[in-house]
Write a protein that binds this ligand. Structure first.
Ligand code: COA
Ligand code: ZN
Length: 249
């Protein structure tokens, strides 16, 4: 699998104490939906009307919990970094294609960029002074016939097809999360054909989060200079949610 791993210099630094966000630091925060405990009202009280509307539209409890946790976490972490109360942050989510509020979220009037993703039992948030994208996926979710044809370049398809049996799913999921991270960093999302996105890039790195998951973080390639090296700090944000929601230390 080493041929598929990022060759960028990544320095994950698990659980280190959060310091103020500086201009070059890329951070990847992670938590679990259950970290909120039963104190949903606390997280819900942080959301704006747009977020509350989206939350109400989600039918399944597990989707609501993931949504609530990723948005509460984003507000708590960004609010702390920007010295603004979490519930007072104003986001713009204008879609670059149709202007509806379902596009890449940005904090209005602030250069701190962020991106979020959730899958299964994990919620991730990336913060950076440059446009950033993060994606997490359950590895088995990419195991379906036809995935390579809709998601991978010809070279990527050939590489995964040549892998020994049992290693293809992890490789495919790694490619997929890299592509989604790059597409989120640029703000295009899946409006761009993922087959046109090359997963091997200096501006994307794999994040080793948990068994059974693939995760990647990327800086918008247009904001990534030839001399730049991608490194990130990995932070367990569970205690932020637990402490702030009063559901335990
Ligand atoms: C963004 C996208 C890649 C997310 O895929 P996903 O794997 O289902 O979901 P994830 O949990 O990883 O990420 C969801 C988050 O991505 C963010 N996001 C949405 N659109 C985004 C974009 N264009 N760029 C960057 N981030 C985006 C949001 O924060 C979203 O969370 P939220 O809905 O709770 O606010 C995919 O849904 C997408 O591309 N959608 C837009 C497609 C599009 O442009 N359609 C045209 C509409 S006119
Ligand atoms: Zn749109």
């Amino acid at each position: 699998m080493s041929n598929l791993r990022s060759d960028t210099a990544c320095t994950p630094c698990e659980d280190s104490a959060p310091a103020p966000v500086d201009t070059f630091l890329l951070r990847v925060w992670w938590a679990r939906p259950d970290d909120l405990g039963p104190a949903d009202f606390f997280a819900t009280s942080l959301l704006d009307t747009c977020e509350l509307d989206r939350l109400r539209q989600l039918r399944h409890r597990v989707d609501r919990q993931r949504y609530l946790v990723r948005h509460a976490l984003a507000r708590l972490i960004l609010g702390e970094a920007l010295n603004v109360p979490a519930s007072e942050l104003v986001f713009d989510r204008s879609c670059s294609r149709c202007d509806a509020q379902h596009g890449k979220p940005v904090v209005l009037g602030n250069p701190l960029h962020f991106s979020m993703s959730s899958a299964g039992d994990l919620v991730v948030l990336a913060t950076c002074s440059r446009p950033v994208g993060v994606d997490v996926e359950i590895i088995t979710r990419v195991e379906f016939p036809g995935f390579d044809g809709v998601a991978l370049t010809t070279d990527e398809s050939a590489l995964v097809a040549a892998l020994p049996a049992g290693r293809g799913a992890a490789a495919r999921a790694r490619y997929w999360t890299r592509k989604e991270a790059l597409l989120k960093a640029s703000g295009q999302g899946l409006a761009m054909d993922p087959r046109e996105v090359v997963a091997e890039s200096r501006s994307v790195a794999d994040v080793d989060l948990a068994a059974g998951y693939a995760c990647a973080v990327a800086i918008d390639a247009g904001k990534f200079s030839p001399g730049d090296q991608l490194s990130y700090q990995l932070i367990n944000a569970s205690r932020i949610l637990r402490y702030r929601s009063g559901s335990g230390a």
